[in-house]
Design a protein. Structure first.
Lengths: 334, 337
């Protein structure tokens, strides 16, 4: 137990250091972009105005409000101070909305799209991979090339194919958005139906892509485990095949858990492509817009969420592994 | 000692079928008898079919190994003729137990020892309670001098020697009549090796097992472990006898060659030329005609490659696959000193 505490303390310290470094990058990298977002906002408000001093006054006022007239270091400490209070600032591009408001509505779209898609893709992929390894023969001969093909289609390619085939040509599903454009989000039955209709294509585009990679990984891990010495030994002790298959698939799953944790961690980054193509109102689309508009606070906030998610899932994975794989535990603690 | 062997193997032949459909006879008409209280050692170089023989003796075959012909009589039953599922249920683990060559990797890395023992026991006695199984395992571990704390550990938490001894204890948990140990001590340091051998002999003495086959590439080791020795070459038995006879008075030139190539650390040893059998065991896809050892034999004559050699019984319990007179061979060996 003492070994555990030491191990986890070390882990936590390392994650704090990583988080601090990421925080610095999250803040400074977007602000190094050669752009003047305040000028863009001023330009929008001042269109039609003829008084140059008035325009410049508006510009100054916004600079003061966003704090962009202060030195970058000072801005950084303000950012940190606000962060401790859970305040991520005001969006430039969607002024005067608070960044936390924008993220608060977008994040749920992403989570409800990505989490089920990743889980379903992971489960289907692993089951198919395990079956291919166990059955071999014809099933494997069909599945392996198919999964190789699927896993090599880039995410945008898959999304575009689904979009063209099912939305444009077959008209089975709407082309874009998270719900019909003429609706306002509410708890009505009609709205729910619209959401589900819009859900299918982005969902399946993510599922199909992840099935491929997972199935290939699971298949080769299972084949490796099926030929392990302990399988032969268990057979020669008369243990039933059903039990041995359980040993094999449990052990083959272990590396796959890493894959799952990593895809949950990089969920929001991964959401980018599917969300942009389907114009889904999630974090991916938000981040994309923020980048194009040089919306510093919004960019910093979305990348911060990605950082936290990746770190958190990596940390949870480390803890989880110590419980599910005694080999990892032995290596970590000694 | 009763006058029927615990297990009798008659003319057992098994083969590997390669991906290209070729047959490789790695065990070629092997006959042997295992008697209660007597252990048998099998020696030979790598690639001579020792491990395949160990697998073949289990009576349970899966690709690429296939049964060809011959009988294995155990408890009055010919297990080569039993359906595979019945062998698995009623023979493996309960009548014949196996200790694999790579015992280091023989244990499922994610299963505690006690849970694995539960799986083994329940495969044969489905209704035995967890508590009874734990008691059985604890008692057995204590008897064999293994710490009972190991039961709740994972394989990674045990040292190499401990893992090997744990595997032996698991294999014999249901007190099988025959134990087949394939190089159980080859990967261990001398101290662990000694402990393993002591443990195996102890199990014979205590009657946990009735008889044992011990396979190794170290012929002299067998002198300390088993009562009888068979030397195997190219899938065939080339010499058999008591441990003392085979080690100190080998008849077949291959057995003699194996004994001569042993390194004994003694004064002046560093400067002497190392005696070794030239060449390597033949490819069993196309074994040489006549005596299979002829291409590597110092004493080869035209007659050797002409006709197949049978295992000749010299006297009770002593046999050799060389056509020459044993005294003639002894004189040849003596003249070379």
């Amino acid at each position: 137990m003492k070994g555990y505490r030491k191990y986890f303390t070390k882990k936590i310290v390392w994650f704090m250091v990583t988080f601090a470094a990421a925080l610095v990058l999250n803040f400074f990298l977007p602000r190094l972009m050669p752009a003047d977002p305040v000028a863009a906002i001023t330009g929008r408000l001042a269109s039609g105005m003829t008084d140059a001093t008035a325009v410049s006054r508006i510009y100054k006022q916004y600079q003061a409000e966003f704090g962009t007239d202060k030195p970058l270091m000072q801005q950084f400490f303000t950012f940190l101070g606000n962060l401790t209070r859970g305040d991520l600032g005001t969006s430039f591009s969607q002024y005067p909305r608070k960044v936390t408001d924008i993220l608060g509505s977008a994040i749920w779209w992403t989570v409800f799209l990505q989490l089920p898609a990743i889980l379903v893709g992971w489960l289907l992929g692993n089951v198919l991979g395990a079956l291919a390894a166990y059955i071999r023969k014809g099933f494997d001969k069909v599945l392996l090339p198919l999964t190789l093909f699927l896993s090599n289609i880039p995410a945008f390619g898959m999304a575009v194919i689904l979009l063209v085939v099912f939305a444009v040509n077959l008209k089975w599903a709407p082309i874009s958005g998270g719900y019909a454009f003429d609706m306002i989000p509410n708890a009505s039955f009609d709205f729910m139906r619209s959401v589900i209709q819009h859900y299918h294509l982005p969902f399946w585009s993510i599922v199909l892509i992840s099935i491929g990679g997972q199935a290939i990984g699971m298949r080769s891990m299972s084949i490796y485990e099926l030929n392990a010495d302990y399988v032969k030994y268990a057979r020669f002790l008369g243990i039933k095949d059903r039990k041995i298959v359980r040993y094999v698939f449990r052990n083959a799953m272990l590396p796959q858990v890493t894959g799952l944790a990593l895809s949950i961690g990089t969920m929001i980054g991964g959401a980018l492509v599917a969300e942009i193509i389907f114009n889904y109102p999630g974090l991916g689309t938000t981040m994309y817009r923020a980048v194009t508009m040089a919306d510093y606070p919004l960019i910093s906030a979305t990348t911060l969420i990605i950082t936290v998610m990746v770190l958190l899932s990596a940390f949870l994975l480390d803890i989880l592994y110590a419980f599910i794989d005694p080999r990892v535990k032995a290596a970590q603690i000694n | 000692m009763s006058n029927t062997p615990v297990m009798e193997v008659r003319d057992l032949t098994t083969k590997y079928i390669t991906r290209f459909g070729e047959d490789i006879y790695a065990v070629d008409h092997v006959s042997l008898q295992l008697w209660e209280g007597r252990s048998l050692g099998i020696a030979g170089e790598s690639g001579c079919g020792k491990s395949t023989l160990a697998l073949s003796l289990m009576g349970y075959y899966f690709p690429p190994l296939h049964y060809q012909s011959g009988d294995i009589i155990l408890d009055g039953q010919n297990i080569t003729q039993m359906p595979p599922d019945e062998v698995r249920l009623n023979v493996l683990g309960t009548k014949i137990a196996y200790i694999p060559q790579a015992a280091m990797n023989a244990l499922n890395p994610t299963r505690r020892i006690i849970h694995f023992i539960q799986d083994v026991v329940r495969a044969h006695i489905p209704h035995m309670t967890k508590n009874d199984i734990r008691n059985l395992a604890t008692e057995r571990f204590e008897k064999l001098g293994l710490p009972k704390e190991s039961l709740d550990k994972f394989a990674v938490e045990l040292s190499g020697g401990m893992k090997q001894r744990t595997v032996i204890a698991i294999s014999t948990i249901l007190s099988p009549q025959v134990l087949i140990a394939d190089e159980p001590s080859s990967a261990l340091d001398v101290t662990s090796q000694k402990m393993v051998i002591k443990m195996l002999r102890n199990m014979m003495d205590e009657g946990m097992i009735k008889t044992m086959i011990f396979i190794t590439h170290e012929l002299p080791l067998l002198y300390n472990v088993t009562d009888d020795i068979m030397v195997m070459y190219a899938g065939q038995i080339v010499e058999e006898g008591s441990a003392r006879e085979v080690v100190f008075d080998p008849v077949h030139p291959y057995a003699k060659g194996l004994m001569d190539s042993i390194l004994v650390p003694e004064e002046g040893m560093r400067d002497t030329k190392l005696a070794a059998i030239p060449g390597t065991p033949p490819n069993l896809k196309k074994p040489p005609a006549g005596c299979r050892f002829a291409p590597r034999c110092k004493y080869v004559e035209p007659r050797c490659t002409g006709i197949n050699q049978d295992l000749r019984v010299l006297r009770s319990g002593r046999a050799s696959r060389c056509w020459r007179d044993e005294d003639e061979l002894r004189r040849k060996y003596a003249s070379e000193r």
